[in-house]
Design a protein around this ligand. Structure first.
Ligand SMILES: Cc1ncc(COP(=O)(O)O)c(C=O)c1O
Length: 237
């Protein structure tokens, strides 16, 4: 397993702090916003006698609440289409392991969130990067670039939208081009949308789950670690 490049920096940051240097962490995805009070209150008011096993897909009441959250974002899902995991990382790992065999290839626009590499290596899958360039703000490369990389072992395309680390937000037209190639080659589309709520200047996020024709191919990855609205209870900032 390759070490996470983010975690590799930790000892350097720790040593610098010990030398009295102020370190600004630009590495982990920790939003600088308060955790919603409703979440903090729920933790404090928890009245459990036994911490027991829950449903393996996640408590149904929670999955129902999530469908309301997604509905507000124009995403139609049912509770039985959701699997609750310990964070987006576990969802990525389980998703990749469930769909890719050792030696299978996943195409990922680069630069990408470093752990996509670790999760793929853990599954024995091979990351095939497709280069995005700063000159056009890291836009989706032409579909011809994807076509060139497709082999009999290609099983999936993984996108991060909005992108970590680029911040790039895919347009509907770009996503539809991706949809066409996913459909043509019957691939899985992993859409990591954990930063869905971090869109600026009035730009609107388009979810991969709103693309018609690839509903059965699309796996949406999400995480409450980046959320400031929860299950419909939008927190005023
Ligand atoms: C793009 C992206 N996907 C997934 C994750 C993992 O999310 P979690 O912290 O819920 O495991 C992160 C975390 O920073 C991330 O930046």
């Amino acid at each position: 397993m390759p070490a996470s490049p983010i975690r590799k920096l930790v000892p350097f940051a720790d040593a610098a702090k010990k030398r009295g240097i102020k370190v600004l962490h630009l590495n982990i995805g920790q939003p600088d916003i308060a955790t919603p009070q409703v979440a903090i209150d729920s933790m404090h008011n928890l009245d459990l006698k036994v911490v027991e096993y829950s449903h393996s897909a996640g408590n149904e009441s929670y999955r129902k609440g999530l469908t309301e959250y997604y509905e507000k974002h124009g995403i139609a899902v049912t509770p039985d289409q959701i699997i609750v995991t310990n964070g987006g990382s576990e969802a990525l790992l389980f998703g990749i392991m469930a769909t890719l065999d050792p030696g299978d290839e996943v195409i990922i626009p680069e630069p990408f969130y470093a752990n996509y590499n670790s999760f793929s290596v853990a599954a024995g899958a091979i990351v095939v990067p497709v280069r995005c360039v700063i000159d056009d703000g890291f836009a989706l490369p032409p579909i011809a670039e994807f076509e060139k990389l497709i082999t009999p072992r290609t099983r999936a395309i993984l996108i991060c939208n909005p992108g970590n680390p680029t911040g790039y937000l895919y347009s509907r037209a770009e996503l539809e081009r991706l949809r066409d190639i996913v459909k043509k080659h019957d691939l899985f589309l992993f859409a990591d949308e954990v930063y869905r709520e971090f869109c600026y200047d009035g730009a609107e996020h388009v979810s991969a789950l709103t693309l018609e024709g690839i509903e059965a191919n699309t796996i949406l990855i999400d995480s409450v670690s980046k959320r400031y609205s929860m299950c419909g209870a939008r927190v005023e900032l």
